[in-house]
Ligand binder design. Sequence first.
Ligand code: PRT
Ligand code: MG
Length: 215
Amino acid sequence: MITIALSKGRIFEETLPLLAAAGIVPSEAPESTRKLIIGTNQPDVQLIIVRASDVPTYVQYGAADIGVAGKDVLIEHGGQGLYQPLDLEIAKCQLMVAVQNGFDYEGAVKQGARLRIATKYTEQAKEHFASKGVYVDLIKLYGSMELAPLVGLADAIVDLVSTGGTLKANNLVAVEHIRDISSRLVINQSALKLKHERLQPMLDAFNATVASRHA
Ligand code: PRT
Ligand code: MG
């Protein structure tokens, strides 16, 4: 059996064409079932539906053989026990620093102020501000980071931005780009050896599909 870990929503939707290229068609959509294990047209391939941030953990421990996870999630996880052979170039976005409109971020940084930063991405925020020599207090949140500056919880947030619509709707502006994010294929290191014959053609199909998008 090959088990593939995916999260609902954009990652599932954008992984579907890649699975199709490998001849794999899920028998149900995660949005229309409460099942967490979803079969496919291939009797020896199943999907498990987990939180986006849990995908690396399932694959690390071999509960899933492969998975798809954002680079944001992989950096926070640390990537232990995982191969990351392929950038699937899906679910693209940017990790940014954002503040409330009118907040003088440059000025605060120049004056050596100690900034309060709310984020789910504490590892990346720590590394970013350390590399700039800016002192920060990190406040860990699990969602809706955009709210934090509006209610005085933080001076700035570190969050993902794709269209920019959420920032705009909440009177926030991006002031720094930390990195471009896309989703990667992750593979359990021992599964790659033990299930090589079954996995390699899938990896080849994913690879070819990603490459064909550049043509
Ligand atoms: O939602 P849940 O709490 O379960 O987990 P999650 O948010 O990690 O999962 P999901 O499915 O929302 O995101 C999975 C992956 O998609 C992330 O790990 C990213 O790699 C990638 N991705 C791409 C995004 C976005 N674009 C994105 N825009 N993840 C989140 N967002 C959020 C962002 O945090 C912000 O709140 O969307 C909002 C901003 O979007 P715009 O379009 O208004 O700029
Ligand atoms: Mg989300």
